[in-house]
Design a protein around this ligand. Sequence first.
Ligand code: ATP
Ligand code: MG
Length: 415
Amino acid sequence: MTSRVCLVHYHEVGLKGKNRAHFESLLIDTIKAALAAFSVDRVVRISGHVLVTFSDADDARRAFDVIARVPGVARVSLAFRTRRVPQHYCRAAIAALTEFGSFETFKVHARRSHTDYPLSSLELNAQVGDALCQAFPDKVVRMHEPDAVVNVLVVQGEVFVYARSERGAGGLPVGSAGKVVTLLSSGIDSPVATWLLSRRGAVCVPVHFSGRPQTAASSEDLCQDIISAYAPAIQIGRLYVVAFGDCQRAISLACPSALRVIMYRRMMYALAERVARIEGARALVTGESLGQVASQTLENIQAVDDVVSIPVLRPLIGSDKQEIIDRAQAIGTFDISCETASDCCTLFMPRRPETHAKMCEVRRSWDLIDHEGMLEQLMDTIEYVDFTSGSYRPPRALRERHRSLAQRGADSSME
Ligand code: ATP
Ligand code: MG
């Protein structure tokens, strides 16, 4: 019997030496989580690939696009799985080439893995090639750069045949590189930065600063939309939301106008570091790109880094805006980021922001505000929204705090 399956290829995951088994099982877990809505039968390792089987035949075709977006997947192929019977796998090869789409030239690429099958790879190439030449008499066999390649993989008693194959997201499975806190605005850059860190295997915990109560909450909704756009291939477990409007107002009243933006950023970073401590995250991530806007000069970057002691990762620091836009379009966040939302970025902005801040002036200005008091107050009122995620583990500290809050609520309702 012939069935449809997805064959997942991975490069970097396989290169991890002694950790290989750990990375492979993380990849399997993240693929399973991403395919929760499909009729997945099994996700197992098979001869340097991950094989995904389904109980509903149509699901392989639909799951193909989802699997391609899962970090750690180098390539995914939509394959026919047949018995080791020439008639069966030759028929599958014809079907695979038919569904490939338009092509003029093709070749067969056969491989054998751990098998006692009597035909060699070369003999298999010739056998399947003959069948295809008969089925497609007006097409041409070409060994060098053909339009279509029909792959035939013999593994023990089974044969996998595929022509449809797509490059995956690449990178490493989420969960293999620890946790980071990402500063997520609803702009174009930080959703891309968050995606890039997820692609490198980090569990990303975004923190969003909203202009509430000075503005509406629309930027918060857009952040949730961005998180939905990553799913189900990348599953963010929790979005922290900070109502930052009043704090910005206080800063704008107390600090020199030109330094306001730097003060806002310092407050954001310092708060994100506190969230990172609670979450057990080892770094902050931002979407800054050198020189892109006034606040992103080397002096200003130094002026905000000054307030935190954990590393601040800036995966877009050397990217051009157009490259970032291209990536945002590819991952599906661009259109969301283009929606206008009132957020804290446009609130209480100075007419002439400082582009080359001097550290002594920055620190002096910082001391004009009760920054510790503000941070504590913001941490006390921080909110969060949870999403389905196979890789995120909530921190115990907050879980206990919320349990005690729930308990307090229950006690007061009994009084
Ligand atoms: P983005 O496109 O990510 O909004 P930007 O080009 O608007 O970035 P800035 O406003 O200088 O640049 O922000 C720099 C970085 O600071 C952002 O990439 C983001 O990581 C963080 N940041 C800015 N505003 C917010 C916010 N409201 N909430 C969370 N993080 C923010
Ligand atoms: Mg922005």
